[in-house]
Design a protein around this ligand. Structure first.
Ligand SMILES: C[S@@+](CC[C@H](N)C(=O)[O-])C[C@H]1O[C@@H](n2cnc3c(N)ncnc32)[C@H](O)[C@@H]1O
Length: 282
């Protein structure tokens, strides 16, 4: 199955139906002043963090990967000479391009593959991608990160957000042990053995029941079903920090900073990676 084709189909459908909700699902749907203002805030805080890390950013060319309706593209245009806004959805690009806020130094690129093969090597001083990689199958997320490193110039800065772990599902384990400690009333040896055996028998049931009913598992099953039936899907995936470190090392890059962020809500630990390219990648 061509998973990228499925990703494209899904995002075209989200863009047709409710693009602003698709970009910021946590907010109310529809375009509001706050929607584009949040983009200004995001770009400025990322650039400020770059300064805090004492990373000098050349203000030539920037890439906004997964640009959506231009929430980050437009403010980036105020900081860089030119900005290439890339997206897999032609509808998202159409909406961003037609927007009254769209500056003249923005150009658009419709993503066709996960190698960004239409973009030249060493062509960007700054690459930004927020709330995009998390929605991709992990093999594609890895491939795009590698592509960011290829298209970045030496000394360029790459900033992307991605969840790095799924938070533990509440299994009730702590409740199980904390509620009634085995020794709470100093029971007789026989009673203690009985409780131990009983709790050991109950343990797998308690461990298994909650995850089975959890949103996470239902969500995974729903994803699987949607993949099989070809229905649209907004995935939530993560890459571990060590996987990202490995990609950086192989591609002439170093991670300068990893900052926790709250873009994925409660279910995941999300991080913002600041990566500098220090030598030409292979
Ligand atoms: C949640 S929106 C975020 C938009 C923008 N980064 C922002 O923060 O406002 C995700 C965007 O990524 C785009 N996208 C999803 N998969 C993509 C892919 N494989 N390549 C490029 N863009 C992709 C979607 O079309 C959508 O516009």
């Amino acid at each position: 199955m061509d998973t990228l084709k499925n990703v494209r189909k899904s995002w075209e459908s989200f863009a047709e139906e409710n693009p602003h909700w698709a970009v910021l699902t946590a907010r109310d749907s529809g375009e509001t002043d706050a929607f584009y203002e949040s983009g200004i805030h995001d770009v400025e805080s990322v650039l400020k963090e770059g300064e805090t890390q004492q990373i000098e950013i050349n203000k030539g060319a920037a890439l906004d990967f997964g640009c959506g309706v231009g929430r980050l593209t437009f403010p980036l245009c105020a900081h860089f000479e030119k900005v290439v806004a890339a997206d897999i959805s032609t509808k998202m690009i159409e909406l961003a391009r037609a927007h009254e806020k769209c500056p003249t130094n923005a150009s658009f690129y419709n993503v066709k593959d996960s190698k960004l093969s239409g973009l030249d090597r060493n062509s960007f001083d700054f690459v930004l991608s927020l709330i995009v990689l998390q929605h991709l199958p992990t093999k594609h997320a890895k491939s795009y990160i590698k592509a960011f490193m290829r298209v970045s110039r030496v000394n360029g800065l790459i900033v992307f957000q991605i969840p790095t772990a799924r938070k533990k599902i509440e299994t009730g384990k702590s409740v199980f042990w904390a509620d009634k400690p085995l020794t709470w009333d100093n029971p007789s040896f026989g009673k203690l053995c009985y409780r131990y055996v009983f709790r050991t028998i109950m343990w797998p049931r308690r461990r298994l029941r909650l995850p089975i009913l959890s949103n996470e598992l239902r969500y995974r099953l729903d994803c699987l079903w949607r993949k099989v039936t070809g229905k649209r899907i907004m995935l939530m995936n993560f890459l571990r920090i060590d996987q990202i470190k490995k990609i950086a090392k192989k591609n002439g890059c170093e991670i300068v900073a990893i900052k926790k962020d709250d873009r994925t809500g409660e279910g995941y630990t999300s991080n913002l990676f600041f990566i500098r390219k220090f030598q030409e990648s292979k």
